[in-house]
Ligand binder design. Structure first.
Ligand code: PLP
Length: 383
């Protein structure tokens, strides 16, 4: 079996597995306790914060540890909404965000907030001028992802940041960085980002761990009431093994970014060139996108059926993002990019990682050809 679902969860670094195991055995004390064992656990969190701060070129006190990017995105959006309601009740985001951003915005909308959902172009990128035109005096926050989790399209964050701040310097800029970190350069200062979310398990860290960068001076109203952990913005006893292992994954994947990208780009380009030649197939990714995501549709053929066929042939792929793959509706992201209902229903996402080789790509290409041919003959995959 070949695993092509790195964008959903990447296999952890060996060092991450060892760290988790050792720390669960040795550092079970509560980091808020004042005895020596507690202080040791607190020290581990402090060092992890420093590691993440170095990796992102920010200050340690600007890092909040969370249970993953879903929580980071919820905290950024709803925490800012509660904190800055006095400034206004308007936000701007895009139609292609991850559900943790999109649904958070819809929840606010149901509570009387105005949300502008900006449409992308056919490549999935948003036009900075079009987005900036939505910003008003009462716009509390703009949320835009770095890399789209379904198609790999990359947003022009530097230009977005420039135009957002020019339109309203008080508007906060949140970036969901989950699919970009470890694959593309991260420049929080040039993007003028105030908030930035990461998830550890996309970076070969543990599941259930993530972080939110909160620029100094920005305040968030906590979503969880309780203790004063994470500067009072995220109550609850810290998951010390996961935090330390997550910081290790952030450091290691940051250090290995250039080498990984250099390995993935030729593999991704080869796969895109192969898919381009298949008749009827519609590519939803391009060579301008992130190096690890390739998405395509066979209009009229159900993604799940194609995915199942590929699994029978030894290839583990997903239909879109893991959290949406059980939904029967067409992909909101593909519809927003102007694809029709047939193309947006299903589709296949292939996401690459460090283990893949040219021989694996060759095997995948053969499997795709075989799967498509056999489904066309049986018409079993037709909608
Ligand atoms: N944002 C993006 C772009 C993602 O791809 C994901 C996960 O698929 C998330 C947020 C949510 O991350 P987590 O699984 O850590 O909650």
């Amino acid at each position: 079996m070949l695993y092509w679902d790195y964008a959903a969860a990447a296999p952890p670094f060996e060092e991450v597995v060892q760290t988790m195991e050792q720390l669960m055995r040795l550092h079970y004390a509560n980091p808020s306790s004042l005895h020596r064992a507690g202080l040791e656990a607190e020290g581990l969190i402090r060092r992890s914060r420093e590691v993440c701060a170095v990796a992102l070129a920010v200050l340690p006190q600007e890092i909040r540890f969370t249970s993953g990017a879903t929580e980071s995105n919820n905290l950024a959006i709803k925490g800012a909404a509660l904190q800055y309601e006095g400034r206004g009740r308007h936000m701007v985001t895009t139609q292609v965000e991850h559900p943790s951003v999109y649904e958070s915005c819809l929840q606010l909308q149901r509570r009387g907030w105005e949300i502008s959902f900006v449409a992308p172009g056919s490549s999935g990128r948003v036009d900075p001028a079009r987005l900036a035109a939505e910003i008003r005096k009462d716009t509390v926050l703009v949320s835009v992802m770095h890399v789209n989790n379904e198609t790999g399209s990359i947003q022009p964050l530097e230009e977005l940041g420039r135009q957002i701040k020019a339109a309203n310097h008080l508007t906060l800029f949140h970036v969901d960085g989950v699919q970009g970190y470890g694959k593309l350069p991260v420049e929080l200062n040039s993007w003028k980002a105030d908030l930035y979310s990461l998830s550890a398990h996309k970076l070969r860290g543990p599941r259930g761990a993530g972080l939110l960068y909160v620029r100094d001076g920005v305040k968030l109203s906590p979503l969880l009431s309780g203790g004063s952990q994470e500067q009072g913005e995220r109550a609850g006893t810290e998951n010390v093994p996961a935090i330390v292992a997550a910081a290790k994954a952030v450091r290691m994947s940051g250090e290995q970014r250039s080498a990984l990208t250099a390995r993935l780009l030729p593999l991704r380009d080869r796969l895109l060139r192969f898919l381009e030649q298949l008749p009827e197939l519609l590519l939803n990714s391009s060579m301008e996108g992130a190096p690890h995501i390739v998405h395509f549709s066979y209009p009229g053929m159900k993604g799940e059926v194609l995915a199942r066929k590929l699994e029978e042939l030894g290839m583990i792929v997903s239909t879109r993002s893991a959290c949406s793959s059980r939904l029967a509706e067409p992909s909101r992201v593909l519809l927003a990019m102007g694809r029709d209902h047939a193309a947006a229903t299903g589709g296949i996402r292939i996401s690459l990682g460090d283990s893949h080789t040219e021989a694996d790509i060759e095997a995948l290409e053969q499997a795709v050809k075989k799967a498509v041919t056999s489904l066309k003959i049986t018409e079993g995959g037709r909608i």
